[in-house]
Design a protein around this ligand. Structure first.
Ligand code: ATP
Ligand code: MG
Length: 244
């Protein structure tokens, strides 16, 4: 992913991304941090072209994304949102909406994301209507379902909007491990609300008021005496008691 001096604004509002330039390598795992309103979600909106750029260029695999059809662009990308929706349809439909995979492939990915026994226990297995048992799926399980769907699709780039309060720390750590092991061959961008989940990423981008204030390895960022990430990290540690 290459960004060349990209700016973005919503309708007639002010610029919320102000000339960002960066390069993310294929397969790199990048955490995106920054205070509320700093532009993290807006950067993802630019990537998915939910909002068109005001200026600059965004390239994926050397191709300017503005020249791609939206279907073509979005087939390269997959988002795992904070609180994934389960469609009121079968489990099968939720995993494979275009009916492109065999049941055996579905069971394989379900096993991988540790949901196989949960689905096997349903009276109708894969053809169980998710809505009827939807309440039985926790937020963590819905995220695992989303991961299973992404595993079947094998996109080039995965965006993870990290779950917040709804997922406990053990499940959260499990989901993070699952993502890093399942998507080793993909580029993974994680919008972090809890910084300890990105501290093992290859690099961390810190956004501040629509600009990049830091973009480096966690080790380098934590070794700075008063850097932006270091400051956010110290606040995170004192608030949660968590340390690396
Ligand atoms: P958070 O941590 O709260 O999710 P963020 O880093 O994702 O914040 P953005 O949502 O990208 O921040 O917001 C960046 C700026 O753009 C903010 O000033 C916000 O008010 C503004 N903004 C975001 N979405 C819209 C929108 N749909 N219309 C107008 N302004 C928006
Ligand atoms: Mg956001």
């Amino acid at each position: 992913i290459v960004a060349q001096d990209i700016s973005l604004k919503y309708r007639d509002g002010p610029l919320v991304l102000k000339g960002l330039s960066f390069e993310i390598q294929a397969k790199e795992k990048v955490g995106i941090a920054g205070r509320t309103g700093s532009g993290k979600s807006s950067l993802m909106s630019a990537l998915f072209r939910m909002v068109e750029l005001h200026s600059g260029k965004l390239l994926i695999d050397g191709v300017d994304v503005s020249t791609l059809g939206l279907t073509q662009l979005r087939s390269k990308l997959c988002i795992i949102p904070q609180d994934p929706v389960v469609f009121s349809n079968t489990i099968r439909f939720n995993l494979d909406p275009f009916n492109e995979h065999s049941d055996a492939e579905l069971w394989d990915v379900l096993e991988h994301v540790t949901l196989k026994s949960v689905i096997e226990a349903l009276p109708n297995g894969l053809t169980e209507i998710a809505a009827e048992s939807g309440e039985n799926f926790s937020a963590g399980q819905r995220q695992l379902m989303c991961i299973a769907r992404a595993l079947l699709r094998r996109p080039r780039i995965i965006v993870l909007d990290e779950a917040t309060s709804s997922v406990d720390n053990t499940t959260d750590a499990h989901i993070q491990d699952m993502i890093l092991s399942s998507f080793a061959d993909c580029t993974v961008l994680t919008i972090a609300h809890r910084l300890h989940t990105i501290v093992n990423n290859d690099r961390i981008m810190v956004l501040d008021n629509g600009t990049i204030s830091e973009f480096d390895s966690p080790t380098n960022l934590l070794n700075k005496t008063s850097g932006a990430f270091k400051t956010l990290w110290d606040q995170h540690v004192s608030k949660t008691g968590y340390s690396s």
